[in-house]
Design a binder for this molecule. Structure first.
Ligand code: AHM
Ligand code: MG
Length: 334
């Protein structure tokens, strides 16, 4: 695709009027995510060169080993958003609890909360495979002037005002939506500027890729087992191609461009699946919907789920609309 000569900074300013009640706050917020992403990108690219690899000796609330770059990315995003005083709260996959931010003159009068997975797929870093950042933005629901509460974070995904991801791949891209379609920007590392490279991204009409960790097959629910068999049958446009990186952002990004479905089901070992509703599934589901796709937990739309806890996990099926419809049909008929 031809690289258009519009930078992300220009795009944000030109499209600011699209936001309801626009005061420039959301634009400034996306701008600071862009800045933090550049800093993290720099560090991720150095990962093979400097002594930054390996576990930090800490485990996060899910009991998984944290890699040093997870900690670094988490700090950079939190610092950038806090210092610029543009959000009233942050929740991160790497933090046990949400963070309340008082903002300018300690007034608690900022409008937005950010939820994020600062470095997703981080176990891929030490083998030089793509990783990503995922973010989700909501308007607070509690009154301005008071500190944020858990209610500001436990909102269903269909109330997101913006969401996106950064993929640190062969090139670094920011893909995001503010509810008016999805646009992708590629970083020109020579000058540190993101340019609009993928305007108005849409899933292709049909998809032919399925992405699932088939090593867990024996633990999958019958509906998913049956759907995988369906993907492998020799019929019409099948068998589909299997592609699984093990980095949600990269798997989703490829499927968005080429057409495909990503599945992380519940298993007999993990009855709620692995992925987190608030930091991973909701923002990716929002992008999918804005790009003409959809997502489901097998029975209901991901974006309709009312969260009950910050680190909640859900089964996740996401991608081309027709493929998700089909997988859902298999789940519901099993
Ligand atoms: P993380 O947040 O600990 O990095 O885990 C999330 C990642 C996703 O990016 C990826 O799709 C999935 O976990 C892979 O899990 P598995 O190795 O079980 O297939
Ligand atoms: Mg993650």
């Amino acid at each position: 695709m031809a690289i258009r000569n519009q930078s992300l900074g220009e795009f944000i300013i030109e499209n600011q009027s699209e936001f309801q009640y626009s005061s420039g706050e959301l634009s400034r917020l996306i701008n600071s995510i862009r800045l933090a992403a550049k800093v993290v990108n720099h560090e991720v690219n150095k990962a093979g060169l400097v002594d930054i690899l390996g576990a930090a000796g800490d485990t996060n609330i899910q009991g998984e080993d944290q890699q040093k770059l997870d900690v670094y990315a988490n700090e950079i995003f939190i610092k950038t958003l806090t210092n610029r005083e543009i959000v009233c709260g942050i929740a991160s996959e790497e933090e046990d609890d949400f963070i309340s931010i008082k903002g300018r003159n300690e007034k608690n009068d900022n409008k937005y909360v950010v939820l994020m997975d600062p470095l997703d797929g981080s176990s891929n870093i030490d083998v030089n495979v793509s990783v990503g950042t995922i973010f989700s933005i909501y308007r607070r629901v509690t009154p301005s002037g008071t500190p944020v509460t858990i209610d500001d974070f436990l909102q269903p995904g269909n109330l997101q005002v913006a969401a996106g991801y950064i993929v640190y791949g062969t090139s670094t891209m920011i893909v995001y939506s503010t509810g008016h379609g999805v646009n992708g920007f590629t970083l020109n590392p020579a000058i540190g500027t993101y340019y609009l490279s993928h305007p108005n991204m849409k899933f292709p009409e049909k998809g032919s890729i399925y992405s699932v960790n088939e090593g867990n097959y024996v633990h999958f629910p019958l509906g998913i087992k049956n759907y995988i068999k369906y993907c492998q049958e020799e019929e019409e446009d099948r068998p589909y191609t299997s592609r699984y990186i093990g980095s949600l952002v990269s798997d989703f990004h490829r499927n968005l461009i080429k057409g495909g479905i990503y599945i992380y089901p519940n298993t007999s070992k993990d009855p709620n699946g692995k992925l987190r509703l608030l930091y991973e599934c909701n923002p990716i589901a929002y992008i999918a919907k804005q790009a003409g796709g959809r997502s489901s937990n097998g029975f209901i739309n991901i974006l309709d789920i009312k969260p009950t806890e910050l680190h909640q996990r859900v089964p996740f099926i996401c991608g081309n609309k027709s493929m998700v419809d089909k997988a859902e049909e298999f789940m519901q008929n099993a």
